[in-house]
Design a protein around this ligand. Structure first.
Ligand code: C5J
Length: 243
């Protein structure tokens, strides 16, 4: 029988959630950020650091789906005429390609282009919500809050990239709207190891000022109460990959 409420060890203290009122949020796992030839690389970043997130996130996604929980994906990007991309964003930095330029994976961060879409390994299933967002936060200029309210969601399991930019912005927005957020440390990634460490520490500091942080293993262990077979299969796949 599905557990009503699950608890797992986290920083700064135990995190409790009701699976029926919790959504897994996968933030911006797009080719433009995690594959070569995309926006992230055009800014001079090593995408390899972000790709490390994909295998543990596949395990989490599979176990969350098997538990029957809500799954929501986001994509950062703009409409083709760039009317939703303010000059302050378009002209920022010194990339080799700007938003809207034609790159190897299509126009950079433009909706409908190949590079804008989510990587094959984490492709949304039919029926899973995909939120297109023009900003860093998942709640800014999107329907996310309304969708979560309608679904009765009160807690978010937060994953994706990048830790200190879109993950942080989204967790702060969610916290201000009353959602309890657990960030899975090995399922969020940054191009900068020092930002990864500091970004996670900032979330859990001061008694959990924005939320909680735990490794994905603790979340999978808690979910095993809902669906032991699915989580067992996921973790044995993880073990065989790491040997
Ligand atoms: C960035 C993001 N880093 N998804 N976007 O520009 O974090």
């Amino acid at each position: 029988m599905p557990a009503d409420r699950l608890t797992l060890p986290a920083d700064p203290g135990p995190f409790s959630f009701e699976p029926a009122r919790t959504a897994l949020l996968l933030i911006d796992m797009q080719r433009d950020f995690v594959e070569r030839g995309g926006f992230g690389e055009s800014l001079g970043n090593d995408v390899g650091l972000l790709r490390e997130v994909i295998p543990p996130l596949q395990e989490v996604l599979a176990a969350t789906r098997a538990a029957g929980m809500t799954v929501i994906h986001t994509r950062e990007g703009h409409c083709s005429d760039l009317t939703d991309c303010p000059p302050a964003k378009l002209n920022r930095g010194n990339p080799t390609m700007r938003i809207g330029d034609l790159g190897p994976k299509g126009r950079i961060l433009i909706r409908g282009e190949y590079g804008h879409d989510i990587v094959d390994e984490l492709a949304p299933l039919p029926g899973e919500v995909v939120i297109d967002k023009p900003g860093k936060g998942s709640f800014y200029a999107t329907e996310l809050h309304e969708l979560l309210q309608i679904a009765g969601i009160t807690s978010l399991i937060v994953t994706g990239v990048t830790t200190e930019v879109c993950v942080h912005t989204s967790v702060r927005e969610a916290n201000d709207r009353g959602y309890e957020c657990l960030v899975l440390a090995d399922c969020v990634g940054s191009y900068f190891p020092e930002f990864q460490e500091a970004g996670l520490a900032m979330i859990a500091a001061q008694g959990g000022i924005f939320g909680w942080v735990s490794p994905s293993a603790a979340y999978l262990e808690a979910l095993s109460a809902v669906n032991p077979a699915a989580v067992g299969a996921a973790t044995s796949r993880g073990r065989s990959r790491s040997t």
